[in-house]
Design a protein around this ligand. Structure first.
Ligand code: ZN
Length: 86
């Protein structure tokens, strides 16, 4: 069955040969939902997001510890951190 060799990427919507999808045994068809290309972008994005969260958290902790003087920018950082924690 030729159709089973093709799959639509859940992210970019392209219909690609299954060789463009990484294997994932937890998926019903044994392949990732996203094509490799989109997988790379998603990984980079989540890494950047995690890095940003870490930076905000570190800044908030430093401010709350009194290591960094409070100013408008630092108050923003604390508020951002609180919003993310909640
Ligand atoms: Zn894709």
């Amino acid at each position: 069955m030729v159709l089973l060799e093709y799959k639509r990427c859940a992210r970019c919507g392209r219909i690609l040969h299954i060789s463009h999808f990484n294997r994932n045994i937890s998926m019903p068809d044994g392949r990732q939902m996203h094509c490799r290309e989109c997988g790379k972008i998603a990984t980079a994005e989540s890494r950047a997001k995690a890095e940003e969260r870490r930076a905000i958290r570190n800044e908030a902790v430093a401010i709350l510890n009194g290591d960094v003087p409070m100013n408008v920018v630092s108050v923003e950082a604390i508020l951002k951190h609180i919003v993310e924690v909640l």
